[in-house]
Design a binder for this molecule. Structure first.
Ligand SMILES: Cc1cc2nc3c(=O)[nH]c(=O)nc-3n(C[C@H](O)[C@H](O)[C@H](O)COP(=O)(O)OP(=O)(O)OC[C@H]3O[C@@H](n4cnc5c(N)ncnc54)[C@H](O)[C@@H]3O)c2cc1C
Length: 416
């Protein structure tokens, strides 16, 4: 492939103590938790809204127990409950919520905490020397601009900061195959006379067995959210991600046509999530790599900053069906801990990570990627970063036991 050299001066427009990259639930948790400790935080998000998979991905369902996840997650729950936008708590049960409301809640929590938001800003590059990221290059509505921060937290899900810095990352299984993506689309039940036509020329599924893995969730009175498996694409390759989006829309039309014709469901199309749901992007190699064996044995860590309790949810990346990497009897894990060392990038001196790019093997992450856990790792990374700013500036000088203590004092239940 031909290469070009490119060089230009760009404004160093922003300075912060901490820069959080990616405004999904992990990124917002990190930014809010850090800002509440009195440091200057900028949160960079490529889209015009916060929430990532939880909002722009349309995933309105918290898996695992929602109790004991700490102050930030408790605040999200309290607001959703106040708005009657989440189903009631039942210990250990999933909780469906209204993702449109979460988008607003996350925005207001961030602003209340004093986080500066940079929406429509995409991390495009980093400037790195000897493992220290001094500036990040953003591309936003104003064009290319730079930001400097003492500590960075990569919450992009795709390990963008680590990849651009040349730090070690991990993707997919031993062949690099990521867990499959899925698309969320929405339908509304209407009277027969109000049905609008389904898109013509869509593929025809003749029987239920021909459908790709399809899950129907409630989404308010008379409405449903439908999750559709779209496997065999790569979230780190532009052409592949483009093909995934195209395939997702075509599949949604074909599945809608099947639901109408074969099952007689009077469902009108209400729209699709703006971006396909990416279960697994790129995990960043940290000071510790959490393994599926550690989950299975319920290994404990003094430096635990989050807990997980969801089964190993490794959807098979290679086929369209409701298939898993592991048989059902091997998917259970006891409640387990995630140590702070999984949130510290091994090759850097000022890069932390949270959410679905923490340092874990593929199967361990297949459990730890659920939203309540992402919120916990985000809060831990934000707190550690703020403590670093108040001390020497270095994240590895922070006493991780005090991170654990402070998270516990703010409602995180870190015991197993
Ligand atoms: C189809 C599907 C179903 C799921 N079902 C459930 C479920 O039932 N229950 C559950 O609890 N969890 C579920 N999950 C998992 C969960 O939704 C995600 O793992 C979690 O939301 C990830 O949060 P995050 O903040 O780590 O990443 P994300 O939500 O992906 O956020 C990353 C953010 O970074 C931004 N970003 C990325 N690159 C850049 C860049 N270069 N510059 C700036 N910003 C950038 C993105 O726009 C995004 O906002 C599901 C996931 C999928 C895909």
């Amino acid at each position: 492939m031909k290469e070009i050299a490119y060089s230009r001066k760009i404004p160093l427009r922003y300075e912060a103590d901490i820069c959080v990259l990616g405004g999904g639930i992990a990124g917002v948790a990190a930014a809010v938790t850090a800002a509440r400790k009195g440091v200057k935080v900028i949160l960079v998000e490529r889209f015009g809204m916060l929430g990532g998979n939880a909002t722009s991905g349309g995933v309105g369902n918290f898996s695992g127990d929602t109790m004991g996840r700490g102050r930030f997650f408790d605040d999200c729950l309290a607001k959703l409950e106040q708005l009657r936008a989440i189903v009631p708590y039942v210990p250990g049960k999933e909780r469906v919520f209204n993702h449109h409301y979460l988008e607003i809640i996350l925005q207001e929590l961030a602003l209340d905490a004093g986080v500066k938001l940079l929406l429509h800003s995409r991390l495009a590059d980093v400037i790195v020397n000897d493992g220290h990221i001094s500036e990040v290059v953003l591309c936003g509505a104003s064009g290319m601009e730079a930001l400097s921060a003492q500590v960075l937290i990569d919450c992009t899900g795709d390990g963008c900061a680590a990849r651009y810095a040349g730090f070690r990352t991990m993707k997919g299984d031993t062949h690099g195959a990521q867990l499959p993506m899925s698309e969320m689309y929405f339908v509304r039940e209407v009277a027969q006379e109000d049905l609008i036509a389904v898109y013509p020329d869509s593929k025809r599924y003749e029987t239920a067995a021909d459908l790709p893995m399809t899950t129907v969730w409630p989404d308010g009175p008379g409405s449903h959210a439908i999750k559709l498996k779209v496997p065999r694409f790569d979230s780190t390759v532009t052409a592949s991600l483009t093909d995934a989006e195209i395939e997702a829309r075509r599949r949604a039309m074909a599945v809608m046509e099947y639901h109408r014709r074969a099952e007689g469901r009077p469902w009108n199309f209400d729209g699709m999530s703006p971006i396909i749901g990416i279960r697994e992007g790129v995990r960043i190699r940290g000071d510790h790599v959490l393994t599926v064996e550690e989950l299975r044995e319920g290994k404990t860590f003094d430096t635990a900053v989050a807990y997980g309790d969801y089964p190993l949810d490794g959807h098979d990346p290679r086929d369209d069906g409701r298939t898993y990497i592991l048989p059902k009897e091997e998917r259970y894990v006891p409640r387990y801990q995630i140590p702070m060392e999984c949130l510290v990038a091994a090759d850097g001196d000022n890069l932390l990570m949270a959410g679905r790019c923490i340092s874990a093997d593929q199967l361990a992450l297949s459990s730890a990627r659920v939203m309540p856990v992402c919120a916990m790792t985000g809060s831990a990374a934000g707190l550690c970063a703020a403590m670093a700013i108040h001390q020497s500036g270095s994240v590895r000088d922070v006493d991780y036991l005090s991170v654990r203590q402070m998270l516990t004092s703010e409602g995180a239940d870190l015991w197993v």
